[in-house]
Design a protein around this ligand. Structure first.
Ligand code: PMP
Ligand code: GLN
Length: 392
């Protein structure tokens, strides 16, 4: 029997952005349907540390399968706090200043829903990760983009200063930055810190790529800047650091009062999640610094490998200082529009990438740019380049 669905437009909530799937899901489905090499959605095709994977298996076998505590298990909160102290000299109290979340996505959503009122403005670096706009919409706020535009993808500090209005409540700072791979330096971060203090803004720092940085580049958390510890929420995720994007174990650190407000929202989004993964991630944070360093070096090799391959087919990448993404302008291949290019590419040569346009609020911004993920095994990267070489 064929059912005809009648869906009343009256039912749709205005604050919901759209019923469309994310570009990442769309492109991954297209990769499967066309048997393409998937350099689109950012997930590695290799696993995290063996110790962590075994710890999760053992936890399941040992019956760690029921609700964990609302803020996450104590060993994980302690490991997150200790990691912050060890790497950045930033002290947080594991009981009151740390909460475990369902990936960084939930931490971001809960932070935005907890602090943004209808009409409040949230500044974010544009292009921005897709969940920012959706969460700000859910809160009834207004997302104001500040350009990190090509070809060099450098933050426009003058635009940032001009973007602050009496309605600005929050600055959302993603560094290392998806999709451009830019890593903010001391001068840019100092300027953001000064603005935040001068205008009494809350700063939400999306640091999910904190360990995926290359060459001599350093990740400097904004919370280490004078006066920022008390107004910053730091968000990160085991998905990136330990190559386990499907586990969705993330966290937020910040002043106790802010974390309490964030947790109040989070408890009604997922309540809790990932019971057997939590002890495994705690162990990884405590004992896998060497694995993280090694993995970063390998990723740097992959960055250079894909960059050389893209150059060989006529695409000059903007070299990223961090993340596992790089960007090229696709005009040399005869396309003015990255979205059109990405929709054609799987059928033309069996490769999937992500168009930059989906990360911008401004119409036409980022139009010729395409993002390529290089968190893939070397043969997969080589095969993608070989296929791109047949592009005609
Ligand atoms: N922020 C950025 C900048 C990201 O690229 C991602 C992608 N995964 C997330 C947040 C979400 O992280 P998670 O998968 O831990 O929810
Ligand atoms: N963060 C990943 C990316 O940028 C995708 C995550 C998702 O699919 N929501 O590719």
């Amino acid at each position: 029997m064929v059912r005809t669905e009648v869906v009343s437009s009256r039912w749709k909530a205005d604050r919901v952005r759209s019923a469309a799937t994310t570009i990442f899901a769309e492109m991954s489905a297209l990769a499967v349907a066309t048997d393409s090499v998937n350099l689109g959605q950012g997930f590695p095709d290799y696993d995290g540390p063996a110790l962590m994977l075994e710890a999760a298996e053992q936890a399941i076998a040992a019956g760690v399968n029921q609700y964990p505590p609302a803020r996450g298990i104590a060993p994980l909160r302690q490991a997150v706090a200790e990691h912050s102290r060890r790497h950045y000299g930033l002290d947080y109290d594991a009981d009151t200043e740390v909460v475990v979340t369902t990936g960084a996505t939930e931490a971001l959503a809960a932070a935005i829903l907890a602090f943004v009122n209808p009409g409040d403005e949230v500044i974010a670096l544009e292009p921005f990760y897709d969940s920012y706009a959706a969460s700000v919409d859910l809160a009834g706020g207004r997302l104001v983009g500040v350009a990190v535009f090509g070809p060099d993808f450098v933050l426009d500090l003058d635009e940032l200063r001009r973007a602050v209005t009496p309605a600005t409540k929050m600055i959302l700072v993603n560094s290392p930055h998806n999709p451009t791979g830019a890593v903010l330096g001391r001068a840019e971060l100092s300027a953001i810190a000064e603005l935040a203090i001068a205008h009494d803004l809350l700063v939400v720092c999306d640091e999910v790529y904190e360990h995926l940085i290359f060459d001599e580049v350093e990740h400097l958390p904004l919370a280490t800047f004078p006066g920022l510890r008390d107004r910053a929420i730091r968000i990160s995720s085991s998905g990136k650091t330990f190559s386990a994007t499907g586990w969705k174990i993330g966290w937020a650190l910040g002043p106790a009062q802010l974390i309490t407000e964030l947790t109040a929202v989070k408890q009604f989004l997922s309540y809790v999640s990932g019971a057997p993964f939590q002890p495994a991630v705690a162990q990884a944070l405590d004992s896998c610094d060497d694995w993280v360093t090694q993995s970063r070096l390998e990723l740097q090799g992959k960055r250079d490998r894909l960059a050389a391959g893209l150059r060989s087919v006529g695409l000059e990448p903007a070299m990223p200082d961090g993340t596992y993404f790089m960007t090229t302008d696709v005009r040399p291949l005869g396309y003015a529009d990255g979205l059109e290019f990405c929709r054609d590419l799987p059928r033309r040569c069996g490769v999937v990438a992500i168009p930059h346009q989906v990360f911008y609020a401004r119409a036409d911004a980022g139009r010729p740019y395409v993002r390529w993920a290089f968190c893939k095994s070397d043969p997969v990267l080589d095969e993608a380049v070989r296929r791109l070489g047949t592009f005609s």
